[in-house]
Design a protein around this ligand. Sequence first.
Ligand code: FMN
Length: 232
Amino acid sequence: MAIVDVYEAVTSRRAVRGFTDRPVPREVLERVVSAAAWAPSGSNIQPWRVYVLTGGPLAELKKRAGERVATADPWDEREYEMYPPTLKSPYRERRSAYGKERYGKLDVSREDWEARQRAATGNWQCFGAPVALFCYIDRDMGPPQWADVGMYLQTVMLLLRAEGLHSCPQMAWSVYRKTVAEVLSPPDRLILFCGMSIGYEDVTVDYVRAARAPLDETVTFVEGSIPQALAA
Ligand SMILES: Cc1cc2nc3c(=O)[nH]c(=O)nc-3n(C[C@H](O)[C@H](O)[C@H](O)COP(=O)(O)O)c2cc1C
């Protein structure tokens, strides 16, 4: 069912990891990316560069990525770090809680690295989705422009909800960025930030809704009268 209420779009969006093969009409995808172009960016530079893949090219990408997974081909060298080398508190605890939720549901223990890898391989088949979006950014761009790209991607994901579609943003694709580049031939000046699987949810695939930190850990309301120290 299509969702138009913003709150509902935000709260019903989640990283979906199981899609049906029902095709998504080209005009729907065009409507979404046309509207997403209204996402904000500093000085309106719109630093995103996006490719939308379906049909034969996507099948070819999944095939090539699948071969790399099957042959345990080493990941491509990184063009950006997904996380800081040491995640400090509270991020470390949040990440580990997420891992427990996600892999616990799949009955995969923390120590079982191979089983975790197997669970991750769905990434490179787009979890069965018939559409993939790849988002690049110019390598000259800095943190504010990467933030712009994040806003753009969230805009896409919310608009997809308005079309009854779901998505999963995937940094996982960056580890096979050369394979993605073989299919897309992007200019050298671009870095692949992430992929995004897009399609209709396969409701038979079980999931755990990722929790969120208590609001007072991430938001502070500053209000009331001016503190003495500032008023002086
Ligand atoms: C930039 C970005 C990259 C992500 N990369 C992956 C990924 O490679 N594979 C995956 O399964 N989920 C990926 N996720 C999904 C997150 O794990 C998910 O958003 C988070 O756990 C919160 O869950 P929710 O989106 O279902 O609310 C990514 C999310 C973002 C924003």
